[in-house]
Design a protein around this ligand. Structure first.
Ligand SMILES: Cc1ncc(COP(=O)(O)O)c(C=O)c1O
Length: 437
C-alpha cells in the first residue's frame, strides 16, 4: 500500500476505527498523490523566476487562450475560466457551499462537518462514494421508488446488492417500519449496511415530515448502537424545494451526523438541480462522522481519499463551472433569484394538487404523496404505464416517464402552471382510450 494511504488510514483509525472499517478495499488504498500536483503547488508559491511544472500553457505570464473561446465568456479571466481546478474543487466555492449548508440547515450549528469535495455533479459524487465506501456484495438499502441510475452506479458498476423496501406505508406516509425491518434484517448478516436516503424523492416528490425524519434517523442510530456499521448516504439533489409545511425543511444528514461512532453520514448535493445549472455539473460530497479530538485531521484524511478518487476518475471538475456557480452565489441577487424560482415551482406543485383533487380522476389513478422536488407520480389503476406512455406520446404528443407496471412520472418542473390542467385531462383521455381498446 502507498505510504501516503497508510498515513491517512492511521489518522482515520485513531479518530474512529469504525469509519476506517467502512472504507472499501479501494477506499483503504486511496490517497491524494504528492507528485506533480503538490510540486506544482509548491512552485506556484516559490518559483518567482520560471515555473515550468504544470501541463498548461502560458504566454506573457498569462494563461494562453483562443479569443474565440474567451469572447463567449464575459466576466471571467482566462485564469478563472480555463485553468485546471484542484481535484478537491476551488477553495472559495467549497467554503461558500459549506457556509450555505449551515444557513440552509440551522441544526448544523455547533456541529463539525468536512469541507465539501467538488464532484462532476451528484452522479459522479455517487460514483466517487461508491469507489471509496462500497465493495462488491455490500448491501445498499433503497426504497422501491428510486432514481434508476442508482442501479447502474452501485449494482452494475460496483456489483453491490440493492435491497428495496416499500417507500410508503398504508397510510401514505414514509414506511419507517419497512425501512427498519430491512435494515435490521440485513444488519444480522453484515458488518456494514449502506442506506441511501433521497429526499425530495425522485420519482415521487416525497419528503418525510420532521417526525418521520426523526424516526428514520432513530432506526439507523439504533442499528449502529447495536453494533453494525451504518453508512448513511443522503442524496439531497432537490434540496430546498419543499412546498408543503409537512415536509421536513432540513436534510436528514443533520439528524445523523455524529450520533454514533458506527454511523457515518455522507451528504451529496449540488448546484445542478438546486441552482438550475444541470449541465454545469457541480456537486459536492460532505462527511459527518463521530470523530474524537482529531476531527479536523480525520475529515482532511477523508477529503484527501475522496479527492484521490476524483483525481483518478475525472482529475478535476470544470473550473469554469465552479467559478460560475461561485460568482452566482456571491451575487447580491442570489437569494432573491433563488426565492423567485422556488415560488415558480411551488405554484406549479400547488396547481398539480388543485387539479388532481378533481374526483373525475379517481377511477384512473391515485397520486403518490408529494410535497417537494421536481416530480410527482401517478399510480395507475386500470391500464399499464408503458402502453399509456407510448399512446400519450403518439396520439397527443405528450411525453411522460413510465416506471414499472403502474407508475407514471410527471416532471411538473418543466410544465407551465397554465398547462397543468390540460396535461392531466389528456392523460385521463389516454387512459380512457386504452380502457376502451
Ligand atoms: C435523485 C437524484 N440524484 C442525482 C441525480 C443526478 O444529479 P446530477 O445532475 O447532479 O448528477 C438525479 C438526476 O436526475 C436524481 O434524480
Amino acid at each position: 500500500m502507498n505510504p501516503i494511504a497508510e498515513e491517512l488510514n492511521e489518522i482515520i483509525i485513531k479518530a474512529n476505527p469504525h469509519v476506517y472499517e467502512m472504507l472499501s478495499v479501494v477506499g483503504k488504498q486511496l490517497f491524494f498523490p504528492k507528485g506533480i500536483l503538490s510540486q506544482s503547488a509548491e512552485a506556484k508559491e516559490k518559483a518567482y523566476k520560471f515555473n515550468a511544472t504544470i501541463g498548461m500553457a502560458s504566454e506573457k505570464g498569462r494563461t494562453m487562450y483562443f479569443p474565440s473561446i474567451m469572447e463567449n465568456i464575459t466576466g471571467l479571466t482566462p485564469e478563472e475560466a480555463l485553468t485546471y481546478a484542484p481535484s478537491f474543487g476551488i477553495m472559495p466555492l467549497r467554503k461558500a457551499w459549506q457556509d450555505s449548508m449551515f444557513d440552509k440547515n440551522p441544526s448544523l450549528q455547533g456541529k463539525e462537518i468536512s469541507l465539501p469535495v467538488v464532484t462532476n455533479a451528484i452522479t459522479h459524487g455517487l460514483c466517487v462514494v461508491s469507489d471509496v465506501w462500497v465493495d462488491p456484495d455490500d448491501v445498499i438499502i433503497l426504497p422501491d421508488k428510486m432514481w434508476g441510475n442508482y442501479n447502474m452506479i452501485f449494482s452494475v458498476r460496483r456489483a453491490a446488492r440493492v435491497v428495496n423496501y416499500p417507500l410508503f406505508d398504508e397510510q401514505g406516509g414514509f414506511n419507517v417500519e419497512g425501512l427498519k425491518k430491512t435494515v435490521e434484517s440485513e444488519a444480522k448478516n453484515k458488518e456494514k449496511v449502506i442506506v441511501l436516503l433521497n429526499f425530495p424523492n425522485n420519482p415521487t416528490g416525497y419528503t418525510p415530515s420532521s417526525k418521520e425524519a426523526e424516526d428514520i434517523a432513530r432506526v439507523l442510530i439504533n442499528v449502529a448502537r447495536a453494533g453494525t456499521n451504518v453508512l448513511a448516504i443522503t442524496d439531497d439533489a432537490y434540496f430546498g424545494l419543499f412546498f408543503d409545511d409537512n415536509a421536513s425543511r432540513e436534510s436528514i444528514f443533520t439528524r445523523l451526523l455524529g450520533q454514533d461512532p458506527r454511523l457515518l453520514a455522507i451528504k451529496l448535493d449540488g448546484a445542478t438541480k438546486e441552482n438550475f445549472v444541470w449541465g454545469l455539473r457541480v456537486g459536492f460530497i460532505t462527511y459527518g462522522a463521530a470523530f474524537g479530538s482529531d476531527t479536523k485531521k480525520a475529515y482532511e484524511a477523508l477529503e484527501k481519499k475522496t479527492a484521490g478518487s476524483v483525481r483518478g476518475t475525472i482529475s478535476n471538475a470544470s473550473h469554469l463551472s465552479q467559478e460560475l456557480v461561485l460568482k452566482s452565489m456571491q451575487s447580491k441577487n442570489y437569494e432573491a433569484e433563488k426565492q423567485e424560482k422556488f415560488e415558480v415551482l411551488k405554484n406549479r406543485a400547488k396547481e398539480v394538487h388543485r387539479v388532481l383533487a378533481n374526483p373525475a380522476y379517481k377511477q384512473a389513478w391515485e397520486p403518490y404523496p408529494f410535497n417537494s422536488g421536481y416530480f410527482m407520480c401517478l399510480k395507475l389503476k386500470t391500464v399499464e404505464a408503458e402502453p399509456l406512455r407510448v399512446h400519450l406520446l403518439n396520439k397527443y404528443g405528450v411525453g411522460l416517464i413510465a416506471l414499472g407496471k403502474t407508475d407514471l412520472r410527471v416532471a411538473f418542473s418543466s410544465l407551465a402552471k397554465a398547462d397543468v390542467q390540460e396535461l392531466f385531462d389528456i392523460v385521463l383521455q389516454g387512459v380512457r382510450d386504452l380502457e376502451g381498446s
